[in-house]
Design a binder for this molecule. Structure first.
Ligand SMILES: [Zn+2]
Length: 310
């Protein structure tokens, strides 16, 4: 997967800070989901672990670079959410690891992906570490939402915001051979997440969704006919698509432009639902999505009941 062009500027900024020896010990990379936070954090880890960093980036030759490129660097710690959360035990283990002496070069690096998923105990455990970081240790956090993180953690980090222009995203996806990416823009899925779905059944599902929804709203198909045979993993797809659809409908009624592929179903939805009802449905879908993420419950019954109540 290639490095999106909107990541180049923050990457160069990180490179300059590292070369000048003034990179803050904790950096938080923020942006909408899937705009490349993780890709930038990984690249930054590569810069930090190179033992003879050049003005053009990692040398690619040193022991540090070789181990990093092989995905096998002992001084690089990766933390990813397990399910919906990052647990306190995971952060405590990380703290123990980060307190040890580096094995390869001079620095130790931790990449904490989706830091907004830390529960309160995990966040507090990390905060302790950030308040008194071990010498030569660097923490690279990625997050989709600054507000859900403890303000005290944010205030300990240097923030980097990634906000690619929609036109840049669309051009890049076309370069990556994702056909008709514009038709999926309503879904609000970040470009890297969308690429990860490329050619999957899930992508086909989202491409077909507006037409299916239009047919359902026009009473050409019943709820049973539509949801019949939906596999359990598809419940999440329906929820994501419905949430995105109602969000787009609400945005349109607030004066935002409407993606062409949603014109017919949104027109039907606005005939059927009042604005209050749309807000209520959207909120309920978000709650359902949240409980599905947290509990991994099969939401099939709730989803069918929800749709039947519309
Ligand atoms: Zn190197």
């Amino acid at each position: 997967m290639t490095f999106a062009n909107w990541l180049n500027e923050p990457y160069q900024q990180l490179l300059r800070r590292i070369l000048q020896g003034r990179l803050h010990h904790a950096t938080m990379i923020l942006g909408e989901a899937g705009v490349g936070q993780r890709q930038l954090a990984d690249a930054a880890a590569g810069l930090l672990l190179c033992q003879s960093l050049t003005e053009n980036g990692p040398c690619g030759q040193c022991h540090g670079c070789q181990l990093f490129n092989a995905g096998n660097h002992a001084d690089l710690m990766l933390v990813d959410p397990e399910g919906a959360t990052i647990r306190v035990d995971t952060i405590r283990d990380l703290n123990t690891q980060m307190s040890k002496k580096s094995q390869v070069g001079k620095v130790k690096v931790a990449v904490i992906s989706q830091a907004q998923r830390m529960n309160i105990n995990a966040a507090n455990a990390l905060l302790k570490m950030l308040e008194e970081p071990p010498e030569n240790s660097y923490f690279l956090l990625t997050s989709t939402s600054a507000s859900s993180l403890l303000p005290t953690i944010r205030s300990r980090c240097q923030l980097i915001n990634i906000q690619p222009a929609p036109s840049a995203v669309s051009a890049w996806l076309t370069e990556q051979n994702l056909s008709n990416a514009d038709q999926l823009a309503w879904l609000g899925v970040g470009p890297y997440d969308l690429l990860a779905l490329d050619n999957s059944q899930e992508l086909d599902f989202y491409r077909n969704f507006p037409l299916q929804l239009q047919r359902w709203l026009a009473s050409e198909i019943t709820t049973q006919e539509w949801l019949k045979g939906a596999k359990s993993e598809e419940q999440g797809w329906y929820l994501k698509a419905f949430s995105a659809f109602f969000r787009a409908t609400l945005a349109y009624s607030a004066g935002q432009p409407l993606p062409v592929v949603l014109e017919a179903p949104v027109t039907l939805a606005l005939q059927r639902f009042t604005l209050d009802r749309l807000l209520q449905i959207h909120q309920r879908l978000l709650t359902l999505q949240d409980s599905m993420n947290r509990t991994n419950l099969n939401t099939s019954l709730q989803l069918t009941a929800e749709i039947n109540s519309w």
